[in-house]
Ligand binder design. Sequence first.
Ligand SMILES: [Zn+2]
Length: 219
Amino acid sequence: MPDLKVALLPVTPFQQNCAILFDASTKRGAVVDPGGDVEQILEALDELEITVEKLVLTHGHIDHAGGAAELRDRLAERAGGQAPPIEGPEPRDRFLLEGLELQAQGFGLTGVRNVLPDRWLAEGETVEIAGQSFEIFHCPGHTPGHLVFFSKDLNFVIMGDVLFNGSIGRTDFPYGDHAALIRSIKQKILPLGDEIAFICGHGPGSTLGTERRSNPFLR
Ligand SMILES: [Zn+2]
């Protein structure tokens, strides 16, 4: 049986859940959405004794992607120049990744660098995270290129900022699309099944069944 473990680390002033996913037996894993506070992420990786194979991004917002370039470079330094690849999001979030430094100025954040992935991801493909295969769903609305990752074997979803425990992702951006977000949730995510557990970008996780029954934004 796969032995996937998840450690959540709230980072940046936005308290975004950076997720360290790893195989408990091999201690190999991935960092999902390293938005910032890279020093803290490195400390957590050391404490857990994890070898990072890749960085994965659900979407291009600063609290999810703002620390990716620095984390990659710091990990490369430690590994004799061998940088872990960055995978995701979907190409429609390129403008956000290319605008991270500008977003940082707006929020008064330092240490943020623009970043582009080594591999863009798309719906229909799979991505390996901590030794597990995850199906990729393109779920626009919060951002145009937002991705959600689903492991059928583990009944587990990495949700990003699409659906939260009791809430949904913001769409009050110039590029936000509330109707598209609701469509993404109802047509792609909820059909995965009530028993599916998820972690998300902010706050505690939940299950799809709980959200289908009680999330006020899905009525
Ligand atoms: Zn976001």
